[in-house]
Structure formats: structure tokens, C-alpha cells
Design a protein around this ligand. Structure first.
Ligand SMILES: NC(=O)c1ccc[n+]([C@@H]2O[C@H](COP(=O)([O-])OP(=O)(O)OC[C@H]3O[C@@H](n4cnc5c(N)ncnc54)[C@H](O)[C@@H]3O)[C@@H](O)[C@H]2O)c1
Length: 337
């Protein structure tokens, strides 16, 4: 088995996509990216647009016919395109894009007889008991809360992938990603709490903490997340498996806020009085403790996250400062033109 050398990537212009494309091109592989630019940005991949091994097509990945035509020569697929937060793009769109988009990617992988690595999420565990094991329980909230349709859509995709594997020979690896952060992430809540903390503190604002800030998360630097995808793509033993990809160093959101505040070098960005979850309304639902078991990733992929939180925060901050300086200088040039 040779490693896939021409890789089809959906969601290539998104946060994880942009970092993954960079790694694949650096390794000398060819990438045929698909992105409808609904939440992605051309700036994320601008540096590769002239690269001889990179092509980007802009359309909805649910268009199976176009996918098949553009990916006629691929020998591996990574499916990232998805909607992440229902409160922004709508619950219905989240369900439709995540279910139909994944179905399209899986159908094309079967037709071409190539492996596909699918980006699932740690959100599928819901409020299960941590550390989350891939064969462990899943505790999702009720469908009357729109918040859970992201996890539900991804869990449906996992079932679909595994049933297609059993009954139609799909070669699929399912990766459950744990809170990823780093360069090219979105500056809004779409990019997670760390992104928002950086941007608001750099703007001299006070941040918003949901509830008491004692929710626990495991933040994974994006180069480590990308490493999980590349390892899964190159490892046939990952087919038919669900594998957590994350860092197993937990931290509370409030402690994270203090770390970001220290790195940015501001004071008083964190509110003194935090609210309780109860005060956020009867409909507010959250995951309180999200930490992966990383044993399976180690065993099957030889995977272990390499970048610690302090280093990851420094690297992310350096990127954000650089991005903001470039934006400021562009705005100044436009103003004086
Ligand atoms: N970032 C994280 O912390 C995290 C955690 C768990 C899971 N994931 C999963 O990883 C994947 C990538 O996430 P991300 O953080 O890079 O998100 P992102 O929003 O930055 O990237 C998703 C990309 O998919 C594109 N896209 C959306 N719908 C599309 C469609 N119908 N057709 C074509 N392109 C479409 C968007 O334009 C965007 O560029 C997603 O599947 C997400 O659910 C991410």
C-alpha cells in the first residue's frame, strides 16, 4: 500500500483545511480542494494559489457529480466541510450540510475505491463521563435544544460511514477532534473561546465567560490535529475505526482566560463576577467536561499531541498580531489612496 499522493480535501479554505493543505503540499503531495466559501476564506489559502500542486474549486461539496469529475485522479480524501455552530448558520443547514455533504464524500470514495478520513467531533460525546473513550457512552441533550444538532449530525455521519464500510466496502477513518486552535482560525465564536478571548483582549475589551467558567476542555494545537489526519490517511489500520485526536491536558475555561490574558499582557479583561449556568436560561446547554482518552490514537496511529498549551498560545498570538498588523497597514493604504 503506497501512501495517498493526490488528496481531495473538502473544506480546504477553512481553519483546519488551510493548515492541512500546507502540510500536504510541504510533503510533496498534490491537493485538489473543494470549498463553497460559506465560512472559509480565500486569504487562508492565498499563499498556495499559485502552487503547482494545489487546485481549489469553489462549490458545494454535496454536488457529487462535480466531486467525481474533479477527483477522478485522487487516491485519498479528507472530508472537513461542515457547519459547526447551529446558532450562527441555522440548525437545519447544519443538519443538511453535515449529513448530505458527508454522504456525498463517502459515495465518491466508494466509487473511486479510495480511503476517506472524516472529521467528526468530540461534541458527539456530549456529557458522557470523561475521559472519553471511542467505545464509551454518548450522552446528548434533547432535540428540542438546537445546540445538539451539530453533534447529532456528526454522530449520524459516523453511523453512515461505518455501515457503508460494513456493507459497501468504504475505507473510512473517523477522527473525533478536540477543541482545535492556532493560525488561520476564525476570529469569532466560530473559532472557539480562545479565538474570542484573544481578539477581545487585543481590542481592549472585557471578555464574556459562559456560566461559571469551570467547563473543562482539552485544547489541541492545529499542527497536532493535522498530524492526526495525515497519519490516518497513511494508515490502513485506521479504516473502520473511530479515533480521538486531541491533547489530554485539561484546563478550565476560566484558567484559559487567565493564560490568554497574561500572554496578551493586559489586565482586567476577565469579569470579576461570573454568572451561574442556571442564570443563562432554561434552554442553555453545554458540555461541562471534555477530555479525550488518547490511548487508541497512540496504539493505531502512533499519535501523540506535541505542542503544549503555553507554546500553542504564544504561536497563535504571534499569528494574530501579524494578521492584525497586515490588516491595519492595508486599511491605512486604502485610506490614503
Ligand atoms: N476546529 C475545531 O476545533 C473542530 C473541532 C471538532 C471538529 N471539527 C471539524 O473539523 C472540520 C473543519 O473545521 P474547521 O474548524 O476548519 O471549520 P471551518 O468552518 O473553518 O471550515 C469548514 C470549511 O468547510 C467549508 N464548507 C462548509 N460547507 C460546505 C459545503 N457544503 N461545501 C463545500 N464547503 C463547505 C467552509 O466554507 C469552510 O471553509 C469540520 O468538519 C468540523 O466539524 C473542528
Amino acid at each position: 500500500m503506497t501512501r495517498p499522493n493526490i488528496v481531495g480535501v473538502t473544506g480546504a479554505a477553512g481553519f483546519v483545511g488551510a493548515n492541512l493543505v500546507e502540510r500536504l503540499l510541504d510533503e510533496g503531495r498534490t491537493v485538489i480542494g473543494i470549498d463553497d466559501m460559506s465560512t472559509g476564506a480565500i486569504e487562508n489559502v492565498a499563499r498556495f494559489l499559485d502552487h503547482p500542486n494545489f487546485t481549489l474549486h469553489q462549490y458545494d461539496c454535496r454536488d457529487t457529480q462535480r466531486l467525481r469529475a474533479d477527483w477522478a485522479d485522487v487516491d485519498g480524501i479528507i472530508h472537513l466541510a461542515a457547519m459547526k455552530i447551529p446558532r450562527y448558520e441555522g440548525g437545519l443547514r447544519t443538519m443538511q450540510v453535515n449529513v448530505d455533504g458527508s454522504h456525498a464524500a463517502f459515495e465518491v470514495a466508494i466509487a473511486l475505491d479510495v480511503p476517506v478520513v472524516f472529521a467528526s467531533t468530540s461534541d458527539v460525546y456530549g456529557n458522557a463521563k470523561a475521559p472519553f473513550r471511542e467505545d464509551g457512552e454518548i450522552v446528548l441533550g434533547p432535540p428540542t435544544s438546537r445546540r445538539w444538532c451539530y453533534a447529532t449530525s456528526k454522530l449520524f455521519d459516523e453511523h453512515l460511514a461505518l455501515r457503508l464500510a460494513e456493507e459497501q466496502g468504504l475505507k473510512v477513518a473517523i477522527l473525533r477532534l478536540f477543541n482545535c486552535y492556532g493560525p488561520y482560525n476564525h476570529a469569532t465564536w466560530w473559532g472557539g473561546p480562545m479565538s474570542v478571548f484573544f481578539e477581545e483582549m487585543l481590542d481592549g475589551k472585557q471578555i464574556e465567560i459562559h456560566g461559571d467558567g469551570k467547563q473543562v476542555r482539552s485544547f489541541t494545537f492545529v499542527s497536532d490535529t493535522v498530524d492526526g489526519f495525515v497519519r490516518a490517511l497513511d494508515t490502513p489500520e485506521s479504516w473502520g475505526e473511530v479515533i480521538n485526536i486531541g491533547n489530554d491536558n485539561p484546563i478550565t475555561i476560566i484558567d484559559l482566560a487567565h493564560k490568554v490574558q497574561a500572554a496578551v499582557g493586559v489586565e482586567d479583561a476577565i469579569p470579576d463576577h461570573l454568572t451561574s449556568f442556571e442564570s443563562m436560561g432554561a434552554n442553555y446547554q453545554d458540555v461541562y467536561y471534555r477530555v479525550p482518552s488518547t490511548e487508541k490514537a497512540k496504539r493505531i496511529l502512533g499519535y501523540e499531541a506535541q505542542v503544549g498549551l503555553d507554546e500553542g498560545i504564544e504561536r497563535t498570538l504571534a499569528y494574530i498580531r501579524e494578521r492584525r498588523a497586515a490588516e491595519a497597514s492595508r486599511d491605512q493604504t486604502l485610506a490614503s489612496a
